[in-house]
Design a protein around this ligand. Structure first.
Ligand code: PMP
Length: 398
């Protein structure tokens, strides 16, 4: 039955993790993996999460099925985090939200919903984008097209080229995927003025925006990071938001996210949401309960919420602090290349501008593991490895 099958190449990032694990060099550094790490290289469980879990252990009284949209009280929690607590869109009933298995689950349900109901819609994604975006949408039968985003010449954003391509090629009814903040993999974010232009264009052309919010709180702040998303939501008739709680609650393996659908009227939102329910039922029937129960317990308990906000702030400050340190240490080492752009990037990742050859040399000669694209996971840098990292980059870059 399976004799004709050929194995597919595994995810190169997972291969990088394995290579790092096998490496016996005591100075080895893993800058590949996309999870937050503390200064000891550990991905901690947040204190607020531990406390919420203790409450749940006491209070939880059933493991019966949840329902396809997850816990009903969680809908409002998702919306408050995304749009703010007094959102007119929420008050008008124009947004409906479902708990999903991570941001990936939200994107998969969105893809199935679009494929079944918005015939002929293509997906526009940034070049580059998170590796799984195209896989998820292509596997739902949706064609994906790239818009220019990263400029290797300046290590910055190609916004004019992005808009020129979209103006020339995007068709009414196409889906435009934008990252809310902390763009993965580049770390280069859209600024307020860009969100305004994109929002106007979405309305002129009749596109459906799909905003992927996987890193709320990791850039400049929980509200600041979604200012662009909120601007867009306030101006467009319809929008999809796929969000993940994996990073900002540190509950990666608990698989918790949300898919929100904004429509022109409450009635339209309810109709679309019922169809989203069909897509969920045919995919995984219903989401896992634990992650959402933790998030909901934290957000509805003022003390835990305050503690969680402090913990997100600490994770964000550590990453942004590392960006500053990296730039200044590289400069102190006398590296010929100007790496100052790293401190303007946001979130867990940085397109470092290192070439494939440089990345491979760092790996083979210095046991420093960076993705072939040059994407570095900044949280993998620590006070104990930053000097070795910068000296090694100096040796390789010159
Ligand atoms: N979108 C982006 C941009 C991501 O980087 C990720 C996670 N790496 C996801 C979605 C999916 O998140 P989750 O792990 O919650 O499925």
């Amino acid at each position: 039955m399976f004799k004709h099958l050929n194995a597919v190449a595994g995810d190169p990032l997972l291969a990088l993790i394995v290579a790092h694990m096998k490496d016996t060099n005591p100075n080895k550094i893993d800058l590949g993996v996309g999870v937050y790490k503390d200064d000891n290289g550990h991905t901690p469980i947040l204190n607020s999460v531990k406390k919420a879990e203790a409450i749940l252990l006491e209070k939880e009284s059933s493991k019966s099925y949840l329902g396809i949209y997850g816990a009903s009280e969680f809908e409002s929690t998702i919306q408050d985090l995304l749009l703010g607590e007094d959102s007119p869109i929420k008050q008008a009933g124009r947004i409906r939200s479902s708990q999903t298995p991570g941001g990936t689950g939200a994107l998969k349900v969105a893809a199935d919903f679009i494929s079944a109901n918005l015939k002929g819609a293509r997906l526009w994604v940034s070049d580059p984008t998170w590796g799984n975006h195209k896989s998820i949408f292509n596997s739902a039968g949706i064609e994906s097209c790239d818009y220019p985003y990263y400029d290797p010449a300046t290590n910055g954003l190609r916004f004019d080229d992005m808009m020129a391509t979209l103006r020339a090629e995007a068709k009414a009814g196409d889906v435009l995927l934008v990252h809310a903040c902390c763009h993965n993999p580049t770390g280069i974010d859209l600024q307020a003025e860009h969100w305004e232009v994109i929002t106007d264009f979405v309305n002129e052309r009749g596109l459906l925006p799909l905003v992927d919010a996987a890193y709320q709180g990791f850039g400049d702040g929980l509200d600041e990071d979604l200012a662009g998303l909120r601007h867009m939501a306030s101006k467009v008739p319809s929008m999809l938001i796929a969000n993940s709680f994996s990073k900002n609650f540190g509950i990666y393996r608990d698989r918790c996210g949300g898919l929100s659908i904004i429509a022109e009227t409450a009635e339209e939102a309810n109709t679309a949401f019922s169809i989203v329910g069909q897509a969920i039922r045919a995919n995984y029937s219903m989401p896992p309960a634990h992650g959402a129960a933790v998030v909901h317990t934290i957000i509805t308990n003022p003390e835990l919420k305050a503690e969680w906000q402090e913990e997100v702030t600490a994770m964000r400050n550590r990453i942004n602090g590392l960006r500053e340190k990296l730039v200044s240490k590289l400069k102190d080492c006398g590296v010929s290349k100007d790496f100052s752009f790293i401190k303007d990037q946001r979130g867990m990742f940085s397109y470092s501008g290192l070439t494939l050859e440089q990345v491979r040399t760092l790996r083979s000669q210095y046991s420093i593991y960076i993705a072939d694209t040059g994407r570095m996971s900044i949280a993998g840098v620590s006070d104990s490895n930053i000097d070795y990292l910068c000296e090694s980059i100096k040796k390789v870059v010159g």
